[in-house]
Design a binder for this molecule. Sequence first.
Ligand SMILES: C[S@@+](CC[C@H](N)C(=O)[O-])C[C@H]1O[C@@H](n2cnc3c(N)ncnc32)[C@H](O)[C@@H]1O
Length: 233
Amino acid sequence: MDFIRKTVLPCTILFVFVIGISYFLKSYMVAEALQAEQVIENIYENINGFSLSSDDSATMKKLGAASVYGEILYGSLEVLLDTLHINNNDVFYDFGSGVGKAAMQVALNTNAKKVVGLELSADRINRAIRAKERLAELGYKNHADRLIFQEEDFLEVPINDATIVYLCSTCFPDDMMEKIVNKIIDLDQPVKIISLRPIDNQVAQLVNEYKLPMSWSEGLPVYIYQTIKELNT
Ligand SMILES: C[S@@+](CC[C@H](N)C(=O)[O-])C[C@H]1O[C@@H](n2cnc3c(N)ncnc32)[C@H](O)[C@@H]1O
């Protein structure tokens, strides 16, 4: 009887307590993730990147950017974020961020120090900035402060602080891919690259490979690479 009171009972209470706490934390995390998805859906109800003004379309055509538009889906990006273990030392770049939905998801669901969306289209970047303002209005000011949208050609702008670069690269031609990869491997620090097109494994090591749905496809290969740097650099 004494054994039950002194050992079995406290152990049972502790066990139930630990299970209860872990169940609570798990449901809290699921609720947080659900909430982020709903926040993004709400913000983007009236904001999309698929249509452009005729002026912007003409400019994009002149700059040689592909006229087709597509987005990574929320669930697909979550799969990638689960593997990346982004922390507050990370700076995430989205090369061709469109209206900024993916970048916003990274800012909402990770502790990244900074999330930068670079986009050539003036219309899309203006919509992304509007979405970011709305995020702050909804009470996510700290997340919005870490989110930066710049109307820039990603080939031209310095990215010295990048630790993760996302390339929605399906439509990026070979010469553009080569310039992007050279730009990234020139950086001093190792960088993780998420790409929808494979990269030469001499310059970056394949870490993971997935098949994930996108707005324009039911299942597309997505690769995560890590640039190869000497240990003492
Ligand atoms: C397919 S969308 C991807 C949107 C977002 N990254 C996602 O995955 O959900 C690609 C975007 O890249 C932009 N883009 C193409 N070339 C670019 C360049 N050189 N610099 C900046 N943006 C570019 C296009 O305007 C388009 O909005």
